[in-house]
Design a protein around this ligand. Structure first.
Ligand code: AMP
Ligand code: TRP
Length: 326
């Protein structure tokens, strides 16, 4: 069997350029190399406060954005997590071998418990075990993600090893792989990660050219002095985006200006904004078209869930047998 990829994205808001350059662009490349599974993880998304009345719309939009960005449903399996109940079943089985201490150490749990103080629930704590189940149900070895997910993939590896040692060799060692821009910072606050939950921090794949221009022109470049004359986080972030969206000559030109102390940030932002508008235009067009074809999208998801479920069912059967459950 060739290697498999698994990755997921939460339907918690607009898909943004951090998701795109940090994760989706890699998925689009890798889908040609490996058997690929991409999942809209709605069970993960309900661990923080949300509005049930627009959840279906957000799930649909996330699927559309990913296909518009280049995921090809003819090659990759695209599906919704809650359509495959084995994800929660394997989570429960893994819960019984996962020490609580491993979960208490998760950075994202600590951050989200701080951010959503009023609603820290058991699901939020258990979130990484559900993620391990996502990956291991398909025995995926390759997990392309942004930097914030590396710790969760390491935990997945620990769970896989613990299972193998306890119940016999069953799972491969999954490995996180990062792209060239694994951590894009917020445009309005480059000390924090670009995030769907921070308004003003992101450019989304559905933004109009004018919205893109506005967000880029407003990007913060300097947030006070930096140690040892290093590039400030905002400037480093703009250069990272420039490397993703502009040709190498453009990056070099601004790098030279920066090195000579002659850089004009407003010029850099103008060029970056136009290159971003141009790069995102085909995605926006594809998105508009797909929005007119909800039936096609639903069919992709139906087929995706069916394919995923066939594999997931077999893994759960094997795991239960090894655990003495039938
Ligand atoms: P999420 O939106 O949290 O479900 O993330 C989906 C994927 O995008 C994951 O692989 C994340 O690591 C990645 N990602 C999210 N935010 C960023 C960011 N600011 N920079 C780079 N990658 C990101
Ligand atoms: N937790 C991931 C995020 O917030 C999303 C995710 C869920 C995921 N299951 C996954 C990513 C499995 C990779 C593999 O971005």
């Amino acid at each position: 069997m060739g290697k498999r990829i698994f990755s997921g994205i939460q339907p918690t808001g607009a898909v943004h350029i951090g998701n795109y350059v940090g994760a989706i662009k890699q998925w689009v490349d890798l889908q040609h190399k490996y058997e690929s599974f991409f999942c809209i993880v709605d069970y993960h998304a309900i661990t923080i406060p949300y509005d049930p009345s627009d959840m279906q719309q957000r799930i649909f939009d996330a699927v559309v954005d990913n296909i518009a960005a280049g995921l090809d449903p003819e090659i990759a399996t695209i599906f919704i997590q809650s359509h495959v109940p084995e994800h929660t079943e394997l989570t429960w089985l893994f819960n019984s071998i996962t020490p609580m201490g491993w979960l208490g150490r998760m950075t994202q749990f600590k951050e989200k418990s701080e951010q959503f103080k009023e609603s820290v629930n058991v699901g939020l704590y258990d979130y990484p075990v559900l993620q391990a189940a996502d990956i291991l149900l398909y025995k995926a070895q390759v997990v392309p993600v942004g930097e914030d997910q590396v710790q969760h993939v390491e935990l997945t590896r620990d769970i896989a090893r613990k299972f193998n040692v306890t119940f016999g060799d069953t799972f491969p060692d999954p490995e996180a792989i990062l792209g060239a821009a694994p951590r894009i910072m917020g445009l309005n606050d480059p000390t924090r990660k670009m995030s769907k939950s921070i308004p003003g921090s992101y450019v989304s794949l559905s933004d109009s050219p004018d919205e893109i221009r506005q967000s880029v022109m407003r990007a913060v470049t300097d947030v006070g002095p930096t140690p040892g004359g290093e590039m400030s986080p905002g400037t480093a972030n703009l250069f990272m985006l420039l490397r993703e969206f502009s040709p190498p000559e453009t990056v070099q030109r601004f790098q030279d200006d920066y090195d000579r102390g002659a850089i004009r940030y407003s010029d850099l932002k103008k060029v970056l904004a136009e290159d971003m508008v141009a790069a995102l235009a085909p995605i926006r067009e594809a998105r508009e078209k797909l929005l007119q074809q909800p039936e096609t999208v639903r069919e992709v998801l139906r087929r995706g869930a069916e394919k995923a479920r066939g594999i997931a069912r077999e893994t759960v059967r094997e795991v239960k047998e090894r655990m003495g459950l039938g």
